[in-house]
Design a protein around this ligand. Sequence first.
Ligand SMILES: Cc1cc2nc3c(=O)[nH]c(=O)nc-3n(C[C@H](O)[C@H](O)[C@H](O)COP(=O)(O)OP(=O)(O)OC[C@H]3O[C@@H](n4cnc5c(N)ncnc54)[C@H](O)[C@@H]3O)c2cc1C
Length: 457
Amino acid sequence: MKRTYVIVGSGIGGLISAWRILSVDITASITIIERNTQPGGLLSGIVYPNGLYFDIGTHIFQETGLNEVDSYIQGAIAHEDLIVFENGTGDIAGSYLNGVLQTNASFPDLRNSNDFAVLSADLHKHLLGVSNLPTIDPLAKMLDISYARFGRRITEDVVYGIQENLFKTPASELAGFSLLLSGISRVISADKENWLENSVNEVYRSIYAFPEQLELPAKFRHSRKSFYSRVAGSRRFIDGIVDDLRERGVQFLFNCNIESFDPNELMFNLSIENQNTRIKADKVIFSNGVIGAAKVCGIDISSVILDRPLAHTIYNLQLEERTNSPVSYFYGMDKSVDFYRVTNYRTFSGNDSDRRISIEILGTIQNDNLLEDLLKQLQKMEFIKSKAIDFSEVVRLPTGFPSPTVKNMRGLVDIANILYKTLPNSVTVTGLGSQPGLFFQNEIIKDVYNRTDSLLA
Ligand SMILES: Cc1cc2nc3c(=O)[nH]c(=O)nc-3n(C[C@H](O)[C@H](O)[C@H](O)COP(=O)(O)OP(=O)(O)OC[C@H]3O[C@@H](n4cnc5c(N)ncnc54)[C@H](O)[C@@H]3O)c2cc1C
């Protein structure tokens, strides 16, 4: 019997769910409901009237490790447009800390700190007392994790300040998730030779970062490649997947509002440009995260107190003169800078004369000359030679950036639990909050894949 599936949201999660359903049930009738006018959610990117393209959020895709799904996404664009980076070479990450633009690695490089000798000795002493180190719990207190990994001195003198600067939030409120976002799972406190000598010790490797990301011996690298499109970045993959799904009969409803949804009858009342319509589903996938799903289902989550998302502003710029920096992106860990992350498209777009950069700001900064100041900061650290730009646009994410606090992370888990208790088995929820600490694009895809499979079983 032909089954009807309704997917809410056409971000990468919703699209991969539709693809997975068709892989298992080729007769499935699938409708994707999208409130925006275009597909892709956070990966839809922006094409400006002059033809310049910028991503939103994610840039480089990292493989999920599920071969089928990785091949599908990579095969969604023309082979000549696909750029694949071997593991460990795709996104060269950096940081700005202690007045130094680190291009060797994004982990805090303690060797640039004035009290390196003291920090290093304290870390060494701490290491001797650590016999095993759990993976970072996204829901635990950030400071507890930092004390356990790096000891007191580095936590209080280094990590504390970096995290407050990045997330504009008191360190005591932050969750382990914030360390995953900024990638501070390790610190650099030894040179290459020293690191290699100690590398048989797993705990050492979990605390001490290798100081030259591109020279990390292959046996210590993760096994995933990353990839990007020469044309139109993340948007190109979305367009390719949407074309494929359409050809295979998937129906897309854009600009579509869900007026009401009955979770027991699986009945949607929709309005599209003032026209009302109803769809009854056999199975439903909410790919708009737990908060979005709770709203659509009319489930009361007022007992859960969340922190407001952080304001998120992106300056998309084209420099007059390209930057020669080798980093794909770097974090603003130092108090002297206002940005959260700067992205350098040239390093991954396949175009060596690419002059596009973007500057992301978290939180609200009162400064009428913010762009001018940001450019000054980038010039001072020698990321750019000149402040001259020939294109500049500002984007503000309407949903903001999830606040990486303990209260918020645990609140999302509480909402997920309320949903899972209330909704029937014929409904599943993916996206932000569907698993503790779920955020990164490759993790979302994996979660969607697994949840869709369970729904089909
Ligand atoms: C600023 C930022 C930076 C990021 N950087 C990275 C990064 O560097 N690396 C990385 O791996 N990940 C990054 N991410 C995370 C990554 O972008 C997400 O994991 C991924 O895009 C999520 O996909 P999704 O399909 O779950 O959600 P979304 O892309 O948000 O898609 C959800 C879709 O559902 C639609 N929708 C919502 N509610 C409804 C409704 N009621 N009715 C109909 N449609 C609805 C929305 O319009 C949207 O199209 C970043 C995220 C942000 C916000």
